[in-house]
Design a protein around this ligand. Sequence first.
Ligand SMILES: Cc1cc2nc3c(=O)[nH]c(=O)nc-3n(C[C@H](O)[C@H](O)[C@H](O)COP(=O)(O)OP(=O)(O)OC[C@H]3O[C@@H](n4cnc5c(N)ncnc54)[C@H](O)[C@@H]3O)c2cc1C
Length: 386
Amino acid sequence: MTDIGRVVVVGASAAGLTTAEALRREGFAGLITLVGDELHLPYDRPPLSKQVLLGKWEPERTSFRDDATYQRLEIGLRLGATATGVDLDARTVSLASGDRVPYDRLVIATGVRPLRLRQGHELRGVHVLRTLDDTLALRAALAGSTSVAVVGAGFLGSEAAAAARTLGKEVTLVDLVPVPLSRQFGDELGGWIGDLHRDHGVTLRTGVGVRKLLGDEAVTGLELADGTTVTADVVLVAIGSKPATDWLAASGVPLDDGVLCDTTCEAVPGVYAAGDVARWHNERFGVSMRVEHRMNATEQGMAVAKNITGDPKPFTPIPYFWTDQFDARIQAYGIFPPDAKMTVAQGDPTTRKLIAHYHHDGDLVGVLGWNMPRELRAARALLTRD
Ligand SMILES: Cc1cc2nc3c(=O)[nH]c(=O)nc-3n(C[C@H](O)[C@H](O)[C@H](O)COP(=O)(O)OP(=O)(O)OC[C@H]3O[C@@H](n4cnc5c(N)ncnc54)[C@H](O)[C@@H]3O)c2cc1C
């Protein structure tokens, strides 16, 4: 560690902050600069589509740390600062302000950006949901709305649809895929999630894409590819995201749907990546991964800090995620390849309490729990492949 005086972390959120704090825990005494383009103190995103959208939490509650903690840990926060490039030879990060920030080690933790529809995004009432500001804008719009269309029935879209319905709105959930979340968990389990939404009064329009957004200045609804229309005074576009790597395009940092790292999360000598933006080879499962889930941001941030300060070790987590929709908490460990075979190992879908096993090539590679947290923790042990 003797040659390392300065670590710069770009992306001041879950992965970046975890890396900075873990560096201090590992005994790193040099300069740490945490660069982020948002203006808020680093905050947590999962509550945005749940407690904050529902109005149960005020925004401050999502902050990870207060000002005093950054001072105590001597983490130099540069908020409102957008990184625009990296010079790998000079070992500097350039900022939109024109500043160049020198580093000995660089950690890229810039996450992902939401995709937008090509047409109609400028209409009033059309939203995406990634940042605290996005959530507050959507929350304010929902307060004055009666009908909401959510485009995209992935995790984010399904959670937001559940929140909007809980707030008493007429909600239509639209997706090109016939069964919600089937790409993540297969048709059968996705079908049960679809039923959960239907039973709570969400209208599902699946298996059909959006042709265009309707409205002049403000959105009035959607026209679908089959010619039918959906009325909505608020539209949430939740059609996925892409890694926030544009700023690295000319840098020489290897990019391939994320920052391409080796097994230890190092992309090129001295440059690491963590969180939603990082792609690496997970030796435990023998696959290349990029994981857009909260737990991975923490685990990978800690792994990067350890690899910067000590002997580099491969990062081999069992990925974990959870989602809350209506009264369902769905949690999962492992991987869920599209051709995995799902079986219900415990519980029963009709009671909305179950443990599902996912087998691939004869191996148990994923376990999923629906309102059975204790049993799921036990099921996780079956997965461990050392
Ligand atoms: C609404 C919502 C709900 C979620 N719910 C769940 C859930 O229930 N369960 C779960 O497992 N996961 C959930 N997630 C996913 C989880 O929040 C992410 O996996 C996690 O935030 C990833 O952290 P990160 O630090 O890698 O990236 P991010 O949190 O995206 O942070 C990246 C930061 O870098 C900044 N940045 C980008 N480019 C630049 C640049 N050029 N210069 C400076 N700064 C830059 C961004 O503005 C951002 O602040 C949810 C995500 C969202 C948005």
